[in-house]
Design a protein around this ligand. Structure first.
Ligand code: PLP
Length: 348
């Protein structure tokens, strides 16, 4: 039987996720997960799920989550959309906005999923290089793209663009501006206040990082009701399962726990930055829960491989601009101890 797929699907590579070691003792610092457990309220919420909750379809519009998120961010519930991770929200946006005559624009280097989504949608990609200091690329405002995605703080560079610069971009741009704030829980500022000024922006949040829910898969968007309505048209009918809705709502409501957790990670981030610099790495200030460390003493690929032999996983990207760098998620104090001691050994 002969068959083939659309040319773009036949010819594409697909997104490459980080390695998932099966050994629970492995020190996993390769996918920017949170090293600490989610809020205890998450487990209470899971325990309260009834048989009927499971028998019936989940809420189509994530009502309870929307209420909690609207209160937290000071917006209307209609300005919030729930998704199966921020990744699903990105897919919805590209589906809504882009086609062969309606390009997707984004700066490079940034999140490697953006070009993959453009290829799947078969829309043109407009890639605008960041300047050396990773400030906003001036040309991003002039692309004429139907959708522009700006990751802030940016991955994998961990850098941050000021909210006023993003406001200027929103003012100048034609089309929708999506601000991917997957890592914003670890930075000092965010774009939520821009929602009052602009009707062409949507902010994407992930609960995989600051809220320790990567395995549950939940992300949400905050944006102009018109953008949310368009995204709802293209979403899966019941895109977030009942357990995830309950867990995400409970985690978001427990802001005290969230803040303590984030504080611990920021302390570890500062410590890891300091100690990696002492080991000879060039480590720019991070506004995220990971560091992009540049190695000078040994090839990044080699360090990555040797760490794997110590059962420690970090991320190496064999792509131009990143071949001398390692992306390291900030772990718990104990995980970071193990990483630093293995690095000392390797670099001896
Ligand atoms: C920049 C960026 N955006 C979005 C996501 C997706 O997050 P989620 O786990 O909520 O799908 C990630 C995941 O690592 C990311 O790095």
């Amino acid at each position: 039987m002969k068959y083939n797929f659309r040319d773009n699907i036949e010819n594409m590579e697909g997104y490459t996720p980080g390695f998932q070691p099966s050994d629970p003792a492995a020190i996993k610092l390769n996918t920017n997960e949170n090293p600490y457990a989610p809020s205890p309220r998450v487990f209470e919420a899971l325990g309260k799920l009834s048989a009927l909750d499971m028998q019936r379809y989940p809420r189509v519009f994530w009502d309870k989550f929307r209420e909690v998120a609207a209160r937290l961010h000071g917006v209307e519930p209609e300005m919030i959309i729930g998704g199966n991770g921020a990744d699903e929200l990105l897919t919805m946006l590209v589906r809504c906005c882009c086609d062969s005559g309606r390009p997707l624009a984004y700066p490079v280097l940034s999140y490697s999923l953006y070009p993959v989504l453009a290829t799947i949608q078969d829309c043109p990609k407009i890639e605008t290089p960041f300047p050396a200091d990773y400030s906003l690329p001036a040309k991003l405002a002039d692309t004429g793209a139907a959708l522009t995605i700006l990751c802030n703080p940016n991955a994998p560079t961990a850098t941050f663009i000021s909210i006023e610069d993003i406001a200027d971009l929103a003012e100048e741009i034609d089309g929708v501006l999506a601000i991917d704030e997957a890592y914003v829980d670890f930075s000092e500022d965010n774009c939520v206040r821009l929602l009052k000024r602009f009707n062409n922006i949507i902010i994407l949040r992930s609960m995989s990082k600051g809220y320790s829910l990567a395995g549950m898969r939940f992300g949400y968007g905050l944006g102009a009701p018109r953008i949310i309505e368009a995204m709802i048209k293209v979403k899966d009918s019941y895109n977030v399962n009942v357990a995830t809705q309950a867990v995400a709502t409970a985690a978001l409501a427990d802001q005290d726990y969230f803040r303590q957790n984030v504080k611990k990670i920021k302390i570890q981030r500062d410590r890891l930055t300091h100690e990696l610099r002492a080991l000879g790495f060039d480590v720019p200030e991070s506004h995220t829960n990971f560091l992009l460390a540049r190695t000078k003493r040994l090839a990044a690929r080699e360090i990555h491989e040797k760490l794997t032999q110590h059962n420690i996983y970090i991320r190496y990207f064999d792509i131009e601009g990143l071949q001398d760098r390692l992306r390291i998620s900030v772990g718990s104090a104990e995980q970071n101890d193990a990483l630093l001691s293995a690095l000392q050994d390797i670099l001896k």
